[in-house]
Design a protein around this ligand. Structure first.
Ligand SMILES: [Mn+2]
Length: 303
């Protein structure tokens, strides 16, 4: 079951040929697919005329239609998008009209602009399983009954977490659906706790170890947290040992010893400045101003 948006844009003819070759080479498998809101069936879409292998069935109708897979005694309901958005709740209005033992709904969307549905309304139609697409993160709406498989691979850097497919089995005793991780890599948002005694090279080594722990095949967005030595400047361009860091942000707070600085500067501008912001919380804008001001004053003093 391919629940739409197999392509994130209009597919090229050669891409359909490649996909059809792969799906057509499955010897004991029937494939049903429909177009989603990204690969929707435009006027000149290759989906309109493409001739699939005999085991590959595309639902081309823009209204709910039904494909019967006789040898599996299974009917698959669904539709294809012919535009980027479609806001009628069509999946809530399905009337079953087949003579099969099993019934699957292949559905794409679920948000406001893409065929919204209430899961209860779809459930009551009587499908054995609802295979959902559109949302990239795998999730079960109803256990073993209504599941978003999610994208096979993460699509962008915010598409974190596991990705793969749903393996389901449908027989007299009901439907079982389990998530099978299949993505070759994952996007991971990682926080690294920096300490005051850590210099740049130590940080680089720590990041290297953390990435090794979580897998060098994955892609990382790293946020540095904690307090750092105010003297230390991290060179963020040289932290990427394995070439898999897609972004790194330094959110550390300089660990100025304000009490000591205040004691030594009671009568000057620095002392007055520290007093002015004395009770700022470490994650506030005031604290940031305090740190920047103190840094500037220290640098002026040295200069
Ligand atoms: Mn979609």
């Amino acid at each position: 079951m391919i629940a739409g948006d197999l392509f994130h844009r209009q597919p090229l003819l050669r891409e359909l040929k490649e996909v059809d070759y792969l799906l057509g080479s499955l010897s004991r498998t029937q494939v049903v697919l429909a177009a989603g809101n990204h690969d929707y069936i435009k006027k000149n879409s290759y989906y309109r005329t493409f001739v699939w292998s005999s085991n590959v069935h595309m639902i081309l109708s823009s209204e709910i239609s039904c494909i019967e897979l006789e040898e599996l005694d299974t009917a698959v309901y669904g539709l294809s998008y012919y535009e980027k958005e479609k806001s009628e709740p069509l999946y809530e209005k399905i009337r079953l009209r087949d003579n099969c033992r099993y019934r699957i709904l292949l559905a794409h969307g679920g948000d406001e602009k893409h065929l919204p549905f209430r899961k209860g309304a779809v459930e009551s139609a009587g499908f054995d399983y609802v295979a959902l697409g559109h949302i990239h993160k795998p999730q079960e709406l109803i256990q073993n009954r209504m599941v978003y498989a999610g994208a096979l691979e993460p699509i962008d850097k915010n598409d974190t977490g596991r990705h793969g497919l749903v393996k389901g089995s449908l027989n007299e005793s009901g439907c079982k659906a389990e998530f099978v991780p299949a993505a070759s890599r994952e996007y991971i948002h990682m926080e690294i706790e920096v300490s005051e005694n850590m210099a740049g090279y130590a940080l680089r080594t720590l990041i290297e170890q953390e990435i090794q722990k979580c897998g060098v095949q994955n892609l990382y967005r790293i946020t540095l947290k904690g307090f750092k030595d105010p003297e230390v400047q991290f060179d963020l361009y040289h932290m990427d040992t394995f070439g898999n860091i897609v972004g790194i942000v330094d959110d550390t707070i300089p660990a100025f010893d304000f009490l000591r600085l205040l004691a030594a500067n009671r009568d000057n501008l620095m002392g007055k400045y520290i007093e002015r912001f004395g009770d700022a919380e470490p994650d506030s804008v005031e604290y940031q101003a305090l740190c920047e001001g103190v840094r500037a004053l220290l640098e002026t003093k040295r200069g």
